[in-house]
Structure formats: structure tokens, C-alpha cells
Design a protein around this ligand. Structure first.
Ligand SMILES: [Fe+2]
Length: 369
């Protein structure tokens, strides 16, 4: 076998009621900062479960609910102030990618003493510790519960910045599929498309290995049938989606994301298109682009998805957006031209297998819209 590195320091606990039943394995300190958004953590039941588990173990907690979609450094530093004021010695992120990513950034900035004005200028050093992090996802897309990434919006750079380091891997990820039951259909769809995008981009990554390719194919095989059911308004197996989204997260923890994420960020920042939906719209054009340098792999990915062509993937994404009433307004040609410059500046594209030209990036945007 070729030499490879596969690093995953996160313990995964899954199953109904695992937050309470596994409390002995995730209460990692005396007082937790519970980091959440405004509603999903409470509505899903995850917040109450975490609070009950902490109390059962004799640990204290403080609740910081100041995280919004696409969190920025101000929200992170409000969380750092809360952790310090409350004397918290570990951090529990509960929610979607925004809450989990913010929890990681808070855990790092609080432990490393990074001042607000230096936040986007420094990166976690290899091996630099954050406060211990526990992740409880309530969506099925981010994969953040098993990655070292924290994606924070920079208003200076007008896009998202990846603050990552091995110290940002959660120590424990707690997966209870019941928490997905209260998700609005659009969020379920958007986050599942994000997970699919992680699997596909991970498979194409130059850092992909036999391990990550096998996991990416498993994630695609699991997600796509659920997306097809979702498009037809049929019953969707939430446990399958949660499992596959964590599997896809394990993939990008090793490979990183790629062109689709780089192209999706301006759609989210400038047009407000949710992260997973922005990625989903771009996937078919991306598959066409990657089919040229990676024909055999593209065949494998389509086969895992039980799709005959990228056109069928395009049709599936369109049907999903229709079914969930989520078709976004297309950006103008001028806007797309402007967005084209942004992904080409990002590292995640520069280290890619096949550096796209501005025309090729534009083609992928046009195919999507
Ligand atoms: Fe993503």
C-alpha cells in the first residue's frame, strides 16, 4: 500500500439518547460552555439532554446562544468573553455547522489567548491545544463534529476563512438522529447536499487515499437514495443521513474540501444562498469539469450514486430545490464574473489536482444556474 496518513482523534458515539447515556465519556471538565444558535439546539432536544447529562455528572454549564448563520469573529469573541467570565474549562457545540465551527474557534481563541485583532492573522500551531471540544450536531451536513476546521466569516476579506488545526478536532462527537427530526425540510436538504459535496470533493482531492475514497463512496451510496426520496416527498431515513454526513466529514478531515466550496463561498456571502445549497447547485458542473482529468473516478462516483450522468445529478438537485421550494434567484452575469475571481485566490483551489481557468470556473457557475 502507498504511504498515507489518516488522523482522526475524535471518539464517535451514536444512537438514540447517546448524549445522556454516554455522559461518562464526554463530560470533560468542571464547567462547560454550551455554544448554540438561537433555536435549533433547544428545539431538537439536544440542549436539554446535554444540560441533564452535565448535571448528572456534577458538572456546571453556562449557555452562550449568540451564534448565527455564517458566524463572524465578533460572535466568536463574545463566546470567548462568556467562557472566561464563567470560568468554563471545556466547550460543547450544539447545532449545525455554524454553532460547531464557532465552538471550535472559541475553544482555540480562549485557550491560546488570541486577541480579536489578530484572529484572522494567526493560525493554530501544529499540536496547539484548544479547550477540549465536544460536538453535538443537529443537522446532517457539516461534518464539523469530526474535522479540525472552523469556518468563520471575515467581513474584511468578504468571504469565509478556514481556521484549522489538529487541536480543533472535537474530542467527542455525539450523534443522535432524533435531533434531525425538528429540522425544516429546506435545512435537511441543504445540509445533505453539503455532505454529498464533501464526499465528492474529498474523492477528487489530490490528498485522497484508498481509505478516504472508500469512505467517500460509502457516503455517496448512502446519501443519494435519501435525496431521491426527499425529492419525491417520501419518507427520509434521518439516521442514514446523519451517518453519511459524519462519514463525509471524516473524508474532508483528511482531504479538505475543494473547488465547489471555494465557489460556493461567494454565493453565500454576497447572495445569501445557504452553504449546502450553493454547493449542491455547483456539483453537476464540477463533475463535468473533473471528468476530463479523472474519468475513471467520475464513473465510480456516479455508479455509487446510481446515476448515469452529471445531467441526472443536475436533475436531482433541481427536483430537490423545487420540492423544498428553495430555488435561488440566479446571480447576474456581472456578479458571476466577479465571483469567479474569488475562488481562484483560495488555497483550496491552488492545491487542486487540476487548476481551473477563470473560463472553466464561469462555466461551472453557468451550469449551476
Ligand atoms: Fe461544507
Amino acid at each position: 500500500m502507498d504511504s498515507l496518513r489518516f488522523f482522526l482523534p475524535t471518539t464517535i458515539e451514536s444512537g438514540a439518547n447517546c448524549v445522556r447515556s454516554a455522559a461518562g465519556r464526554w463530560v470533560l471538565g468542571r464547567k462547560a460552555l454550551l455554544v448554540t444558535g438561537a433555536g435549533a439546539a433547544a428545539a431538537s432536544g439536544a440542549l436539554a439532554d446535554a444540560q441533564a447529562a452535565l448535571e448528572a455528572r456534577g458538572a456546571g454549564w453556562a449557555h452562550f446562544d449568540g451564534i448565527r448563520a455564517n458566524p463572524d469573529a465578533d460572535q466568536v469573541y463574545a463566546g470567548v468573553a462568556a467562557a472566561q467570565a464563567q470560568g468554563c474549562d471545556f466547550v460543547v457545540g450544539i447545532g449545525g455547522g455554524s454553532a460547531l465551527d464557532a465552538a471550535k474557534a472559541i475553544a482555540w481563541a480562549a485557550a491560546a489567548g488570541v486577541p480579536r485583532e489578530r484572529f484572522f492573522r494567526v493560525r493554530p500551531e501544529p499540536g496547539e491545544a484548544a479547550l477540549p471540544i465536544v460536538a453535538i450536531p443537529t443537522t446532517c451536513g457539516t461534518g464539523s463534529e469530526v474535522t479540525p476546521y472552523s469556518i468563520i466569516t471575515s467581513h474584511e476579506a468578504q468571504t469565509k476563512v478556514n481556521v484549522s488545526g489538529d487541536g480543533l478536532f472535537p474530542k467527542v462527537a455525539l450523534l443522535d438522529p432524533r435531533y434531525l427530526a425538528s429540522l425544516p425540510p429546506q435545512v435537511l436538504c441543504d445540509t445533505a447536499l453539503d455532505a454529498l459535496s464533501h464526499a465528492i470533493e474529498g474523492a477528487y482531492s489530490p490528498r485522497s487515499t484508498r481509505f478516504t475514497e472508500a469512505l467517500a463512496l460509502e457516503a455517496i451510496r448512502t446519501i443519494v437514495p435519501e435525496l431521491v426520496r426527499m425529492a419525491h416527498g417520501a419518507f427520509v431515513n434521518l439516521a442514514q443521513l446523519q451517518y453519511a454526513s459524519t462519514v463525509a466529514g471524516v473524508v474532508i478531515a483528511q482531504t479538505g474540501t475543494g473547488l465547489v466550496h471555494a465557489m460556493g463561498y461567494p454565493l453565500t456571502y454576497h447572495k445569501g444562498i445557504p452553504h449546502g445549497r450553493a454547493n449542491g447547485i455547483l456539483l453537476a458542473g464540477y463533475l463535468d469539469f473533473m471528468a476530463r482529468p479523472c474519468a475513471a473516478l467520475t464513473e465510480k462516483l456516479l455508479e455509487a450514486a446510481s446515476l448515469r450522468s452529471s445531467d441526472e445529478l443536475h436533475g436531482l438537485v433541481d427536483a430537490l430545490l423545487d420540492a423544498t421550494n428553495a430555488t435561488p434567484e440566479a446571480p447576474s452575469e456581472d456578479e458571476l464574473t466577479r465571483f469567479t475571481r474569488e475562488p481562484l485566490r483560495l488555497d483550496l483551489v491552488r492545491r487542486y489536482r487540476s487548476m481551473p481557468s477563470p473560463e472553466e470556473v464561469m462555466d461551472i457557475y453557468r451550469t449551476g444556474f
